[in-house]
Ligand binder design. Structure first.
Ligand code: ATP
Length: 454
């Protein structure tokens, strides 16, 4: 119980830091928000962008066998009929007869074999019924059945329906993959746990097409690649769990699925699914569209529908995991011997929204300010820097600690040669985690930082 309390306090602190420092706000907050929708502020947007860019770099640019695409959010309704989403993309929903809450039946706790309302504690619940999670909309001026389509609930289907075009233009041979990052929408019954379960979110998905016999081994390969990715963005392995879905719980077309889970303060929950989906999706679209989605294998001279392994990750969930993993509070003693709590986000420099703070020791000294601004201009084309001249230097450091900025450069009187030539042209560089400082030459700052963040 004590553990639960400290975990929920930790989550409250994280949510409040996110708002206070401009990582994440409620969407349309001045109108009371909209449940399940979030806006990212300046720091959150940078963090999310760093994550997506690094995913793209690892999954597409650094590989010979993966190409990218960017599909539309609304597509012909038949895509969703063929994929099975129109018929079956639903969660079981119950209503509480006492407090009228609508709840996801598979997430309710049971007491004495009966499901309990998570809002009021009553057992008086309706029978579960299927609730389709897709947002329905109309395309064009007439709101009738022929104009219906859905906001995509996953990005993957755009990849499957463009498989043939991309195969032709990229001239890739199996195995090869198509990657996409983009928005997805699900009308979740109970959005909760901050951004973890939202109704609008982003996904980073790869469909990796292969010969049927390669599927099982590629499932293991991609699981390992994805675990390496999480290590490379600074998520410690002890916070990650791999959950192998038992065969009887896998989707009927899956020949193996792993969930990569993260220990959030509110529990261990899925960040990403890695699934071997066989030839199910392409077969569905080939049958429904009447267009061949077969691949001609020049080696075996055979024609067949490729199998696919899909690592499917959530941008928002991983962003939240990065924040939760980075959040730390520690007791520190300042120069005057006063003990205070330092809140720090220990982001990997690669992910940190701001890479370096630049501070003139005093704001009313022209030479200090001019030199600091020159350093900002030197760094700006290469990385995200933040100039701050207001307040005591210790407070400026603390503000950057809370933003997760890994380095701080301070221009002092040594820099401008007022204490003699020994340290002229050097600055102090402070490391966020150790709070240690050392001097380096102005001309070395850029390469020092680039090496740390790339
Ligand atoms: P869950 O069981 O948590 O609803 P899922 O298994 O339905 O998730 P997938 O369909 O496998 O999720 O989607 C792939 C990824 O997309 C998930 O691992 C997650 O990171 C992200 N995702 C799915 N639904 C949401 C959501 N409502 N909010 C934020 N991210 C989501």
């Amino acid at each position: 119980m004590a553990q639960d309390k400290s975990a929920s306090e930790r989550m409250e602190k994280i949510v409040s830091l996110c708002k206070r420092r401009g990582f994440i706000f409620q969407s349309g907050e001045i109108y009371g928000g909209l449940n399940g929708f979030w806006d990212y502020g300046p720091l959150g947007t940078e963090l999310k962008r760093n994550l997506k860019d690094f995913w793209w770099r690892r999954m597409v640019r650094e590989r010979d066998d993966v190409v990218g695409m960017d599909g539309s959010i609304l597509m012909n309704r038949q895509v969703w009929v063929a994929s099975g989403h129109e018929e079956t993309f639903s969660d079981p929903m119950v209503d509480c007869r006492i407090c009228q809450s609508r709840l996801r039946a598979d997430q309710l706790q049971e007491k004495g074999g009966r499901k309990q309302c998570s809002v009021c504690g009553s057992f008086d619940l309706t029978e579960p019924r299927a609730f389709n999670l897709m947002f329905k909309t109309y395309v064009g001026a007439t709101e009738d059945e022929s104009a219906v389509t859905y906001l995509r609930p996953e990005t993957a289907q755009a990849i499957f329906v463009q498989f043939k075009n991309i195969l032709e233009v990229s001239r890739k041979k199996l195995p090869f993959g198509i990657a996409q990052v983009g928005k997805a929408f699900r009308n979740e019954i109970n959005p909760r746990n901050f951004t973890f379960r939202s109704r609008e979110f982003e996904q980073m998905e790869l469909e990796y097409f292969c010969r049927p016999e390669e599927g099982p081994q590629l499932l293991e390969y991609w699981l390992n690649e994805r675990l390496k990715f999480y290590a490379d963005i600074g998520i410690a392995s002890d916070l990650l769990h791999v959950h192998k879905i038992p065969p009887e719980e896998c989707a009927h077309y899956s020949k193996g699925t792993y969930d990569i889970e993260f220990a959030f303060p509110f529990g261990v929950q899925e960040l990403e699914g890695v699934a071997y989906r066989t030839d199910y999706d392409l077969t569905q679209h080939q049958n429904a569209s009447g267009k061949s989605l077969e691949y001609f294998d020049e080696e075996s001279k055979q024609r067949y529908i490729p199998h696919v392994v899909e690592p499917s990750a959530g941008v928002d969930r991983t962003t939240l995991a990065l924040i939760c993993a980075a959040f730390d509070e520690e007791q520190v003693t300042d120069e005057k011997g006063k003990v205070e709590t330092r809140t720090v986000l220990r982001f990997h420099p690669r992910m940190a929204p701001i890479k370096c703070g630049v501070f003139p020791l005093l704001k009313n000294n022209d030479r200090l300010v001019r030199q600091a601004r020159e350093i900002v201009e030197l760094l700006r084309p290469h990385l995200m820097v933040f100039y701050d001249e207001s307040g005591a230097i210790g407070r400026r450091y603390r503000r950057q600690d809370e933003a997760g900025t890994p380095f701080g450069v301070t221009v002092d009187f040594d820099t401008i040669g007022e204490n003699g030539p020994a340290n002229q042209g050097t600055v102090t560089i402070r490391e966020r985690d150790s709070m240690k400082q050392h001097r380096i030459g102005i001309t070395e700052i850029k390469s020092f930082l680039i090496e740390k963040i790339s």
